[in-house]
Design a protein around this ligand. Sequence first.
Ligand code: BDP
Length: 726
Amino acid sequence: MLLRFTFFFLLLLAAAMQPSVADDGYRLWLKYDRVADASLRAQYQASAQFIVAEGQDVVLRTAAAELQRGLQGLLDQSVPVLNQAEKNSTKRGIILRIDPTANVSAQTNTANVSGKKKTNSASAAKGSPEGFQIATQGGNLVVSGRSGAALLYGVFALLRQLQTRQPLANLALTSSPRIQYRLLNHWDNPNGTVERGYAGSSIWKWQELPERIDPRYEDYARANASIGINGVVLNNVNASARYLTPEYLRKVAAVAGVLRPYGIRVYLSVLWAAPKVIGGLTTSDPLNPQVQQWWAHRTDEIYKTIPDFGGFLVKANSEGEPGPQDYGRNHADGANMLARALGQHDGAVMWRAFVYQAGSGDRFKQAYEEFQPLDGKFAPKVLVQVKNGPIDFQAREPFHPLFGAMPRTPLMLEVQLTQEYLGFATHLVYLGPLIKECLMADTYAKGPGSTVAKVVDGSLENHAVSGIAGVANIGADRNWTGHPVGQANWYAFGRLAWDHTLSPAAIAEEWTRMTLTQEPAAVRSITQVLNESRSIYVRYTTPLGLHHIMGQNLHYGPEPWLTKSARPDWTAIYYHRADSVGLGFDRTAMGSNALALYAPALRQRWGSPATCPPDFLLWFHHLPWGQKLSTGRPLWDELCTRYYTGADSVLWMQRQWAAVQPAVDAELHADVAARLQVQHREALWWRDACVLYFQTFSRRPIPAPFPKPIRSLAEIKEQVAIYQLR
Ligand code: BDP
């Protein structure tokens, strides 16, 4: 009996020692768990004995509340928010101060996670009202900036110092966003589904609004503000007209009310045909006075309901969506009409360049052909929003040739955080390196150093406005992003949108420490996995510049054998062009000549297989199977090597992840471990599907030391076809 009792007691004790709630990922990178190191905690406690918030701004109040909440958790002590008069001069604390004269220039010091300081050169964001400064004055830490939002960003930066266990003594930090509009684009539909969303249904509960405000909206706002996101487009670019009705505008206003105290404005995607669909007009022609009036009136109504409304995002004449071309007008006619409708209101028109109808040639060139001639024709409130690459969010694309080719138009960069072509929420793919690769790409528009980043931040052409958008990977799943590591993509987007000079590796480390563990060896291993993950994914899916060979419609898994679709440029063979001679799309002057859209320096480098980087080879060249590459191997052997080593690298990711098990929350660890198993199984699909299919053209053996796939091409086709069934 005693024995049984003791056993029961021990069981109870063991249960009590487990954390009562496992980490379900809901808190993202804002965990604010107690700093375990007692001496470091004591140092922090000494510097943060009170908070003073000087000023009345609503966002400032949010900043003070967030600081209090963060300190409460991290320091495990409550820190009072005092007014000036209550401040006790013997204590040290944190002062939040709105200073209308603050000019946080772009001479920016950003203390990164390793404590190193970087000095950045001037940028278009000079003197941004969102810039902040943290300085030590009279023993206190003073966070200052011109606006409440600046202080909110400063507070999150300060908390980040604690979350990544950096010292606070003599802290001096200055930071200013380089890009003005930093937006998430939700592709969320009114019925709660999310286009290309893999983390459950939409977080926006339109039926319940405006009366019921899901508490989650505020947590969403906190997360966005913590990484500097200042705008969100609430609905899908394939837009419903519903959002422009008074009924829905009240709902939108309710969401805006939650986001406003976090410095975030709401935007809407609009359906071009709205004047017809909900306005009772017979046309949506942008040059028709009634249509113009309808938009102007509707826009005024929007601003009456939502005074800080951000503006419109438009997908027009793209993939079947209506647009000005339906009336013989062009994109500038459409965009400028909306800009006029905005009138004196402080808003922007974000007009997407994701179109591929012009001509009948290479899809690669079509957006360029439609938009480049319109350079200089857009009204000042218009920004043209361009995807990172010319095709569509592939795992690796050369930068979009419009960057650098429209000097008189502010170009926004659109990247995808939801992993439509990158393994959904199943494959671990950290996108920091992908985004950074695009930002750092040199367009040579004004000589060497004319990077995409400088086009986008407006500094290359001195544009007054600048913007960047990330297609959100957020859904109603408890952990927001389905794959726990998907959170890192949301995080990295915000950090790079704020400061594109940050390194994706430093951001990955920062995120890991804030989200997963502080244990140094584990931080290193996880960061390594994150940093390698995107190039691993490229290797086992689309190495050497292959692209668009994924499963039809679903965009998941391999389907290189796809020969028929509604449009030729939706098939796989259109892109890989495999034949008995070789593989790849000839975009040189001998082929589609898409290369001519780039600056001479790039045309030259990418135009010759000898100098074209292996990562882009098959984007621009149709090469013989036996062609010797710069790696020393013939094309076929190199292709197989990449598919095999890529798939094997997923096993490496699994081992790295297994090794960090003691340092990471058990539930979260098991979740990622299981997803990595799926990832390996599917990496083998990709490998086998692609090597066996391309082998029917190359007629060459799988090179040593790699084993032949154990299944046949027919078997793997059957396997992946299951996923295409309705
Ligand atoms: C493609 C998606 C499609 C989107 C489209 C877009 O497959 O669902 O509507 O992009 O960006 O990648 O408009």
